[in-house]
Design a protein around this ligand. Structure first.
Ligand code: ATR
Length: 462
């Protein structure tokens, strides 16, 4: 990223800010859409907040995110506040208003969660919702329930006064469409309805206390159809496990983190970010939050994925899995047979299903992929989620020499296989390059040398 005279500054203020994931999202978006702005975390103390906001305006900062401990206090420093943020009592995004010489506050946490549930097909209208917790996050959830016209919202909290406060504030705004009912946490047994949609918004279950949950009772979970945990680390909280164990669908809120940032970015830059860019950024975010120790090999047939991959796995003491061999064992058909009987599209679909499975199950593994695997964008994203992706690259001539005698390659059963290899590599090289973290040249055919390069690049990958 090249900083120039007209580069705009965006950023985050809070204390602490060191562990924020927001730069991955915002700087990733800027790079992908070609906008010249840079996102920077900035530590601001409570005493320094007012000066920081004045200073930010004078420094021509385009927009800011606000995190703990300033989400409430910052509201006194703004020239305007969005209605939802005002009702929630928390602002996490400041948008520069040139004409008013200051910033307008928004709550994109709530908007982000709303976008997540819409994307995940969770409908709140006329439904009974249970919110566990009554802190800042719970307020945003409660307001979203009001916007989405839930029928009834139980707010359960250890400290009942806080639940009561949220219910009182939102009752006044709801025109009686949505009823808010505060309850002490232990009174969850008083809820008589079934088919509950539950939002877990307490801090219980957050890593490293991953075996904790505010309610353990199976009788409660039997009534839950959807559970959303506002915690995203760990990826699968105890709450989510219980929801699934008793037949409900469970989600964490990593997408909320993604979308609160996307919406803030859209407000700052007055643009709509394409979904394709958002999907790529989501993969980058998952890689950061849930890093995996796998190495994924992509490249054209004959580039050495099996040969060098097996040797690399041995060198690193990792498992080796060949995706094509796995497909053959799983379907009971050879790959030429799948191509001949079901067609290439059916084969690519099988690949996607297998990659989803690998994404859940593989660890400490070198995965060799089929040559066409990254052609589907969805597959390319899955490969990146599975591990560090290395593109094993070889020239058409070298590849031809390696595979010319192999009759088990359906794509090469043609009159002029060398020309076909040239054409296909020309088409696929940009796709492999884009999918990969690193490129490894295998033309020299020196096994030891190539494995050492793969090892270095595989361990250093993003
Ligand atoms: P956030 O802004 O992320 O919502 P918060 O405002 O500190 O964070 O809220 C934390 C929530 O977790 C509160 O609902 C809190 O309950 P209290 O209001 O009674 O403090 C809840 N919480 C934290 N520790 C808890 C515990 N051990 N048992 C039950 N609830 C707990």
């Amino acid at each position: 990223m090249e900083i120039q005279g007209n580069t705009r500054l965006i950023g985050l203020i809070g204390n602490p800010v060191e562990h924020t994931l927001s730069p991955v999202i915002h700087n990733g978006i800027s790079k992908a859409v070609g906008i010249d702005s840079v996102y920077m975390p900035m530590k601001v103390t409570e005493q320094g907040l007012s000066k920081a906001i004045d200073g930010a305006y004078e420094l021509n900062i385009l927009g800011l995110n606000v995190t703990v401990p300033h989400k409430n206090a910052v509201m006194n420093q703004l020239v305007e506040i969005d209605d939802a943020a005002l009702a929630i009592g928390a602002v996490n995004t400041l948008v520069r208003l040139e004409e008013k010489h200051g910033y307008k506050g928004y709550n994109t946490d709530m908007l982000g969660l709303r976008r997540q549930i819409i994307e995940d097909g969770i409908v709140l209208k006329n439904q009974v919702v249970v919110i566990l917790g009554a802190g800042g996050a719970a307020k945003a959830v409660a307001y979203m329930c009001l916007l989405e016209e839930a029928k009834k919202v139980y707010i359960l909290n250890r400290t009942i006064e806080k639940a009561q406060d949220i219910a009182d504030t939102l009752d006044k705004k709801s025109d009686n469409n949505t009823e808010f009912i505060p309850l002490p946490l232990s009174d969850y047994t008083h809820i008589e309805e079934e088919n509950l949609i539950v939002f877990q918004s307490t801090s219980i279950g957050l890593a490293p206390h991953t075996d904790e949950v505010v309610i353990e009772d199976a009788a409660f979970y039997k009534k839950v159809v959807v559970g959303v945990d506002l915690i995203y680390n760990p990826a699968n909280t105890k709450f989510m496990q219980l929801v699934e164990q008793y037949g409900g669908k469970a989600y964490n809120a990593l997408k909320m983190l993604l979308y609160q940032a996307v919406i803030a970015y859209e407000l700052w830059h007055d643009i709509k970010i394409p979904q394709d860019v958002i999907d790529d950024i989501y993969v980058a975010l998952k890689r950061k939050v849930y890093p995996k120790k796998n190495i994924v090999l992509v490249g054209y047939m004959g580039s050495g994925k099996t040969t060098f991959g097996t040797a690399l796995a041995k060198e690193l003491g990792m498992e080796f899995v060949d995706a094509d061999a796995y497909i053959v064992s799983k379907t009971g058909k050879s790959i030429p047979d799948i191509f001949a009987q079901d067609g290439e599209e059916a084969f690519r679909k099988i690949e996607t299903d297998i990659l989803k499975e690998f994404n859940e199950t593989l660890s400490d593994t070198v995965l060799a992929t089929g040559g066409g695997m990254p052609l589907r964008k969805e597959n390319a994203r899955l490969l990146k989620e599975i591990g560090t992706v290395l593109y094993l690259m070889a020239s058409p001539k070298e590849i031809y020499d390696r595979v010319k005698g192999d009759t088990n390659r359906p794509l090469l059963q043609c009159e002029n296989p060398y020309q076909k290899i040239c054409d296909m590599i020309k088409q696929r090289h940009p796709i492999y390059s884009q999918c990969a973290d690193e490129i490894v040249d295998t033309n020299c055919n020196d096994l030891q040398w190539i494995v050492s390069v793969m090892k270095e690049k595989g361990m250093n990958g993003e």
